[in-house]
Design a protein around this ligand. Structure first.
Ligand code: CP
Length: 305
């Protein structure tokens, strides 16, 4: 049984193994046919209880490029709407001969629960406010490709840290490589005890100054049941990556965002177009990283046992 549930529980060596393999997978992506036989005979299923464009599509393309049989379950049109439980859905997928399940759910820990109750591999595509491991892996891949290293860097993570599984996976993953991580956002969106895992900046200027990488986050309005921000306009003024704050950011600093972007709230359209902005590159790299993860999760001698 082999899974990818989070970056907290895997080693630096495992992460490097994925990133190194993703580099090879990227050459396949650039080839004319975009096809390898590595997942021939495997059934790969995506089950997303939350919306997605990048993660779901890139996992599906990654599996198809590797010759897997793929299918996507739309929760809106599935028997979940008739009241079928998560466990019964899992048992049904087992009966349907699933080999790898890629799951996204609004509740933290759902992929771990499924992994304990099934015979197939489980890949976490985002669970509540817990982890989004393949997003952090593709971020790390992009950083390494652009800067030549993922070690000993100064990295700022800006925005809605409280609700962000991307922030958590990046903090777990990047911390294994001796990086200096700083977070900043509205006080209401900074989780308690974060200072045990990252520096907390007291201003946006301080957060972005002298950094090799700035990871800007989406405001997760769907997880905000009460007023965490006063208004989108005010958020942009004080926490957004706008022209004023770019005075403090070097031309060599990578500007990253996992997407989807709220333009003019988290970041300006002009900054998204800069040569040091990697937003679209991250999406492309996501396919290569997910190909590597699918490959490793289906090998008998794989890293997740
Ligand atoms: N970054 C990310 O997870 O995007 P999607 O929600 O579109 O998959």
């Amino acid at each position: 049984m082999k899974h990818l549930l989070g970056l907290r529980e895997i080693s630096k060596e495992d992460i490097l193994k994925i990133l190194n393999l993703a580099k090879d997978m990227k050459t396949i992506l650039k080839s004319e046919t975009k096809k390898t036989p590595h997942l021939q005979g495997y059934s790969v299923v995506t089950l997303f209880y939350e919306n997605s464009t990048r993660t779901r599509t890139s996992f599906e393309l990654a599996a198809k490029f590797m010759s897997a049989n793929t299918t996507s379950i739309s929760v809106q049109t599935s028997s979940v709407q008739k009241g079928e439980s998560l466990l019964d859905t899992v048992k049904t997928l087992e009966a349907l001969k699933t080999d790898v399940l890629i799951v996204r759910h609004s509740v933290s820990g759902v992929p771990h629960f499924i992994a304990k109750n099934c015979s197939f591999s489980v890949i976490n595509a985002g669970d509540g406010m817990n982890e989004h491991p393949t997003q952090a892996l593709l971020d790390m891949f992009t950083i390494r490709e652009r800067l030549g290293t993922i070690e000993k860097l100064k990295i700022a993570i800006i925005g809605d840290i409280l609700h962000s599984r991307v922030a958590r996976s990046n903090i777990w993953g990047l911390s294994k490589f001796d990086n200096q991580i700083t977070v900043f956002g509205p006080q209401t969106l900074i989780p308690p005890y974060i200072e045990n895992f990252a520096n907390v900046a007291s201003s946006l200027e301080e957060a972005v100054s002298g950094k090799n990488v700035v990871i800007d986050l989406r405001i997760q309005l769907e997880r905000q049941k009460r007023g965490f921000i006063t208004s989108k306009q005010e958020y942009y003024k004080f926490y957004g990556l706008n022209e004023d704050i770019m005075k403090y950011v070097s031309d060599n600093t990578l500007i990253m965002h996992p997407g989807p972007v709220n333009r003019g709230v988290e970041i300006s359209s002009e900054i998204m177009q800069l040569p040091n902005s990697t937003i679209n590159e991250q999406v492309t790299n996501g396919i290569a990283v997910r190909m590597a993860v699918l490959y490793l999760c289906t090998r008998k001698e794989g890293i997740y046992r």
